[in-house]
Design a protein around this ligand. Structure first.
Ligand code: PEP
Ligand code: MN
Length: 373
C-alpha cells in the first residue's frame, strides 16, 4: 500500500507512521510523489488501511496492486538518479539525470596491456565509465571464462590510471564478495536476470547495480527483478535494454527500442541501452546507439577493444577504440540537439529507504535533506 502524506504533514506525523510500521514488523520505504512524502508498505491489508486513514497527516492510502511497488512511478514520481563512483579514486557519474552516460570497454578483461589501452582510449574519447568482464557467462564451458579475480585487479588498476569508475559482471552469489570489493557497479547479466538469490545478494551488498534485461524476458519481468533489489533497501538500480530473442536473425538480438519509453512510463529507474549485444555486428552499433539516444535512454553500454578482431569474446560486435571518439562525438551531438535547454525539474536524487527502522532518518530527498523537490 502507498500512504500519501498531506503536503503540509509534519515530520512528527510521518514519524508516527514509521513507528506504527516498526511495531507491526513492517519495513517502510520512503519517497516523494506529486510533491508529497509517501511511504510504501509492501503488503495490502484492509484493517491497517483503515487505521492509517485515521492517522493525522495522512491524506490518502492507496493500494499498490500486485505488480511492481517500489520500482513504480506511483511510489516515486520523479526520475531516480543513480550515482556511481565519486570517491577519492574516481569521477562521480550520475545515471538518470539529463546527461548521457557512456560506458565503454572490452567485453572481457583479457590482459593488462589491452585493458589499459582500452581504458585510456575510452576516457580520452569522452566516455564516463569503463566496462569489462572478469567473470564471463559463456555458452560453452570450453570458451574463455574470464580472468576472475586477476581481471578485477586489472580493472582496479585501469580505474587508478584513468579515474573512470567501472562496471563488471557478477555471475554468482559465491563470487559476489570479491566482485563487490573491487567494482564501482555490479552488472547482473541477461542470463541471470531472474536469479533471485543473486538479485537479493547484490541488493544487500549496497553497491549500484546494472540489471540487464533477460533475452527472453518481458519489460514487466525486468521491472519485477529490479523490485527484488529495491526490496532489500538498495535503490541504486539502472536497467539495461540489450536486445531480446525474436524470429529475426539478421541481428544477434532484436533491440527493443520501445522498452525505453515503456520503462520510463512505468518506473522511476534509469534505463540505458547496450547496442553491442543487440547488434552482434560492429557496424550496427553506432546506428543503434543513436536510436537509443533519440528515444531517451539515459546512457549507453558499448563494447570497445584496441584490436577488436583479436578479442577473445564478442569480437564481431566490438568496435575499435580508434573509432570510439567519433562515435561518442556523434552520440553527444544527437543528445545535445534533443535535450531541453532547461534542467528537468522532475529529476531527483535517490535516497528513499529507511535501511534500518531502528536508526531511521526521515530522508526523502537528496543529501539527507528533507527537501520539497
Ligand atoms: C556482457 O555485457 O558482456 C554480457 C555478457 O551481456 P549480456 O548479459 O547482456 O549478454
Ligand atoms: Mn559481451
Amino acid at each position: 500500500m502507498l500512504i500519501l502524506m498531506h503536503p503540509q504533514a509534519t515530520l512528527r506525523q510521518t514519524g508516527e507512521i514509521l513507528t506504527l510500521a516498526e511495531t507491526l514488523n513492517l519495513r517502510p520505504y520512503l519517497s516523494r510523489a506529486q510533491g508529497r512524502r509517501v511511504i510504501a508498505l509492501t503488503i495490502e491489508d484492509e484493517p491497517l488501511t483503515a487505521r492509517l486513514k485515521g492517522m493525522s497527516g495522512v491524506e490518502e492510502v492507496r493500494p499498490l496492486g500486485s505488480g511492481i511497488k517500489l520500482t513504480s512511478r506511483q511510489f516515486r514520481s520523479s526520475n531516480s538518479v543513480v550515482v556511481v563512483g565519486g570517491d577519492h579514486r574516481t569521477r562521480r557519474v550520475s545515471i538518470g539525470s539529463q546527461s548521457m552516460v557512456v560506458i565503454a570497454g572490452p567485453c572481457a578483461v583479457e590482459d593488462r596491456g589491452s585493458l589499459l589501452a582500452a581504458a585510456h582510449a575510452v576516457r580520452d574519447a569522452g566516455a564516463d565509465m569503463l566496462r569489462g568482464g572478469a567473470f564471463k557467462p559463456r555458452t560453452s564451458p570450453y570458451q574463455f571464462q574470464g580472468l576472475g579475480v586477476k581481471g578485477l585487479e586489472l580493472l582496479a588498476e585501469a580505474r587508478q590510471a584513468t579515474g573512470l569508475p567501472f562496471v563488471t559482471e557478477v555471475l554468482s552469489v559465491d563470487d559476489l564478495p570479491a566482485v563487490a570489493e573491487y567494482a564501482d557497479m555490479l552488472q547482473v547479466g541477461a542470463r541471470n536476470m531472474q536469479n533471485f538469490a543473486l538479485l537479493r545478494a547484490v541488493g544487500e551488498s549496497g553497491r549500484p547495480v546494472l540489471l540487464k534485461r533477460g533475452m527472453m524476458s518481458t519489460v514487466d519481468e525486468m521491472l519485477m527483478s529490479a523490485e527484488y533489489i529495491l526490496a532489500t533497501g538498495n535503490e541504486s538500480v539502472v536497467l539495461c535494454e540489450r536486445g531480446i530473442r525474436t524470429f529475426e536473425n539478421s541481428t544477434r538480438n532484436t533491440l527493443d527500442i520501445a522498452a525505453v519509453p515503456v520503462v520510463q512510463r512505468r518506473s522511476h529507474l534509469p534505463i540505458i541501452v547496450d547496442p553491442s549485444h543487440a547488434a552482434g555486428q560492429r557496424d550496427l552499433v553506432e546506428p543503434l546507439a543513436l536510436a537509443a539516444v533519440a528515444v531517451g535512454a539515459h546512457g549507453l553500454l558499448i563494447e570497445a577493444h584496441p584490436d577488436p578482431d583479436s578479442a577473445l569474446t564478442d569480437a564481431a560486435q566490438t568496435v575499435s577504440t580508434a573509432l570510439i571518439a567519433d562515435m561518442v562525438r556523434h552520440i553527444r551531438t544527437v543528445h545535445r540537439s534533443l535535450s531541453p535547454l532547461e534542467a528537468d525539474p522532475h529529476t531527483d536524487c535517490n535516497g528513499f529507504v529507511a535501511p534500518n527502522i531502528g536508526s531511521r532518518s526521515l530522508d526523502f530527498g537528496c543529501n539527507g535533506k528533507d527537501s520539497d523537490r
